[in-house]
Design a protein around this ligand. Structure first.
Ligand SMILES: Cc1cc2nc3c(=O)[nH]c(=O)nc-3n(C[C@H](O)[C@H](O)[C@H](O)COP(=O)(O)OP(=O)(O)OC[C@H]3O[C@@H](n4cnc5c(N)ncnc54)[C@H](O)[C@@H]3O)c2cc1C
Length: 383
């Protein structure tokens, strides 16, 4: 059965997210882009509007949203500003390991506390020497008297400077390769945990991106998520669930770029007519609309498979790589439609082009997504 219509509940969620994006996010987008400050007040309002922790089950105080519902929210918020929407979305993304593999006690304490007290969560995977090669992480978790002692450096951590909880991946035994990787949750005040350099980024500048340093941080065994050695699988499952959301955020940014470019093309006159009437401009806009629609459908399918309990790793990678490349193309073309005005900061599309680039990088680069798709194809043939 194929049905592309939204339910009345989904339409209501979409309206709430769209209103929030239009009233709270979009008007502040340029200011936060310029300053690079974290939009604390907007995130607070997002909590009050029920837009943070959508995927956390209602019994722990979250929104209890399904995968497709979350995509509807993410597209709307990102159309307002990708940097600010990332500040909101990262918490749900970082909560996935706890939702999927947390103990009942962890869910009540950490997810329940985060929803109730408006606490933030960050996901710490990447290290200076382990980016695409997640299995190469070297942060160590040594067992000591029934506890773990964690040491290592994480980098590029979204929300690193503001998080109240860090989901951190470390190896209990480097000789076991990816089978040694284990997940933990560490609170902000833990002794030995510090926040390092904040990155001065090209785009999505409202999102706080920092190093997080673990120096002999003692973590009780009760704060391990899942079993020892289960961390790599938890990371991959988290990415399978989060990549459709990242893809749809790219759709949101591309949609905003098309919206601006279309309006501009109808207003801007050259050679005695709106530039929209030039076929080469009209076709650029037509291609944008086509690719945005295709990207949305890929993201929806990848999310739908999660809801059906099916393996979505190939579809998640397809959605992520298609939408990452698509948003770069669409925002670049939006700048082109604006001509010289597109290249200056007085107009909105140059920010969108800068915001777009990271969709080809974070949550696994476009090259890594192609690797994942290739491996899935090879598996099919081997079967
Ligand atoms: C703004 C931002 C926010 C981020 N947020 C987080 C976060 O919250 N938590 C977190 O843990 N991480 C986060 N990251 C890290 C991000 O996931 C990594 O940057 C990304 O996975 C790439 O790793 P790298 O930067 O080390 O690049 P590298 O892995 O060094 O890759 C460099 C280049 O080589 C290519 N390459 C590498 N290996 C292969 C291969 N096998 N085949 C083909 N090409 C390859 C890559 O595609 C890329 O083009 C964030 C990054 C950014 C920029």
């Amino acid at each position: 059965m194929i049905d592309f219509s939204l339910t009345p509940e989904q339409e209501a969620i979409q309206r709430t997210a769209r209103d929030f994006a239009q009233k709270e996010i979009a008007p502040a987008a340029q200011q936060y882009d310029r300053s690079g400050e974290y939009p604390q007040e907007i995130v607070k309002k997002a909590f009050q509007a029920g837009l943070v922790y959508g995927p956390v089950p209602e019994e722990y105080g979250g929104g209890g949203l399904g995968q497709l519902d979350q995509l509807i929210v993410a597209e709307e918020l990102s159309a307002g500003c990708a940097g600010i929407s990332t500040c909101i979305a990262i918490n749900s993304l970082a909560a996935i390991p706890l939702i999927d593999r947390g103990s009942e006690e962890q869910k009540k304490r950490i997810l329940g506390g985060a929803c109730r007290d408006e606490k933030l969560i960050a996901l710490c995977v990447t290290e200076p020497e382990a980016g695409s090669d997640v299995a190469a992480i070297s942060t160590r978790a040594r067992r000591r008297n029934g506890e773990y002692v964690i040491s290592g450096n994480k980098c590029f951590i979204t929300g690193g400077g503001v998080a109240d909880y860090y989901i951190v991946f470390a190896t209990v035994d480097p000789s076991r390769g990816h089978r040694g990787i284990t997940a933990f949750v560490v609170p902000r005040g833990a002794e030995g945990l510090s926040v390092g350099k904040k990155e001065n980024k090209m785009g999505q500048r409202a999102a706080d991106t920092t190093d997080v340093i673990f120096d002999e941080v003692v973590v009780p065994a009760a704060d391990r998520i899942g079993e020892e050695g289960e961390g790599f699988r938890i990371i991959m499952q988290t990415f399978n669930r989060s990549r459709p959301g990242v893809a749809i955020s790219a759709v949101g940014v591309a949609r905003a770029a098309l919206d601006y470019a279309l309006r501009y093309s109808l207003e801007r006159g050259q050679f005695g007519a709106p530039i929209f009437m030039q076929q080469s401009v009209m076709f650029m806009l037509a291609d944008m609309a086509r690719d945005i629609t295709a990207g949305r459908l890929l993201a929806w399918k990848a999310a739908w498979k999660v809801e059906q309990g099916l393996d979505n790793s190939a579809e998640a990678a397809m959605a992520k790589v298609f939408c990452g490349d698509m948003v770069m193309r669409v925002t670049t073309d939006a700048v082109q439609v604006y001509g010289g005005y597109g290249y200056v900061k007085d107009y909105p599309v140059e920010k969108l082009m800068r915001d777009a680039k990271v969709f080809q990088i974070y949550e696994g680069t476009s090259q890594v997504q192609r690797l994942l798709i290739g491996r899935a194809l090879a598996k099919k043939v081997a079967r």
